[in-house]
Design a protein around this ligand. Structure first.
Ligand code: NCD
Length: 327
């Protein structure tokens, strides 16, 4: 974890030590988290869920300000961070349209970040380039949270994805998780596969040939002794699957539109197909979907993608409270 302004406090009781561990730190990659960290984050997220159910909004982060800086489109990530901050009593500087900010005048990312940290206590950043959050964090004294850096990582999404698995199925231990669709450009699966490698899981990657999981990620996960296999056909692995994680083919990352057209409809999850899956399993999707899960499946109890969005609110509330030292 990248260390910012505050000193570690080893003399504090355990809960406070965990708080000190996250206080003032960046969240850039899932590789910075241990299993212990995840248990702590999920415990705080659970408390946030209960507080929201009981009183909706409370004053834990009153007086704190979040800069929500998005250089790429977003509905869920951006609005869930806004909702998370406001439910904790804080406020938000929303920059969703960088073309209306000084970015359109040619301002560099380091300068934009150094500006925003004068006005805010934490910066959430989505950017089309891999490593943009790490670059921003190098220049910022305040914590930076990576909300997606191109085809790189999307760590807060992976945390909410894992939290969804834990809430819905009890634990990730021993599960077979099948990732379907665009595994090459999908940053959510890059982060989630890495995070799942902390557990005893089987990972199944189903994609068209040109959209396979990057070999360097497979190698990284292989070094942790995780059972991984690659497939073209979903039916080869559907029966053994406990979590089917569906992704959108990332149209905006293709250089040649013809390549996109060739693979865009490669897989469609629909009710008939899901008859051969387990009764006790879940289907997830980071959303937005553009046809890869048929709406006829939405009312199936195994369809967890709408619940997954809600879990994201609690995880992001937990993360904001933690990096601002209030968990
Ligand atoms: C994802 C993203 O932006 O990477 N969406 C999200 O954050 N919920 C997935 C996608 O755009 O397909």
């Amino acid at each position: 974890m990248v260390y910012k302004i505050h000193e570690e406090s080893a003399h504090l009781p355990l809960g406070d030590q965990q708080t000190a561990r996250f206080y003032g730190h960046d969240i850039l990659s899932v590789n910075q988290f241990s299993k212990e960290d995840l248990n702590y984050i999920f415990g705080v997220a659970h408390e946030m869920h209960e507080m929201v159910a009981r009183i909706g909004t409370f004053d834990l982060l009153k007086g704190k300000i979040l800069a929500n800086l998005f250089y790429e489109p977003s509905t869920r990530t951006s609005s869930s961070f806004t909702s998370a901050m406001e439910r904790l009593g804080g406020s938000v500087i929303p920059i969703n349209e960088v073309r209306y900010s000084s970015v359109s005048k040619g301002e560099s990312l380091p300068d934009t970040v150094r500006t925003l940290e004068c006005y805010a206590d934490v910066i959430v950043l989505r950017h089309p380039e891999v490593g943009a959050s790490a670059l921003a964090a190098k220049f910022a004294r305040k914590p930076v949270i990576n909300a997606g850096d191109g085809v790189g990582e999307h760590p807060t999404q992976a945390l909410l994805d894992l939290y969804t698995i834990v809430e819905e199925l009890g634990s990730a231990e021993g599960l077979t998780i099948t990732m379907l669709g665009d595994l090459k450009y999908g940053r959510t699966v890059h982060s989630l596969a890495r995070l799942l490698s902390l557990y005893n899981t089987k990972l199944r990657y189903v994609s068209p040939k040109i959209l396979r999981m990057p070999p360097e990620i497979i190698e990284e996960i292989n070094a942790k002794g995780i059972d991984q296999t690659e497939h073209n056909n979903l039916t080869e692995v559907l029966r053994e699957t406990d979590v089917l994680y569906v992704t959108r083919v990332q149209k905006e990352r293709f250089e040649d539109p013809a390549d996109y057209d060739a693979v865009k409809d490669a897989y469609v999850v629909e009710s008939d197909l899901m008859r051969s899956a387990k009764d006790h399993m879940i289907v997830m999707h980071p959303l937005p979907r553009v046809g890869e899960i048929s709406m006829d499946f939405d009312n199936d109890p195994r369809a967890a993608y709408f619940r997954q969005m809600e879990y994201g609110l609690y995880v992001r509330m937990a993360l904001l409270a933690m990096v601002l030292g209030k968990a």
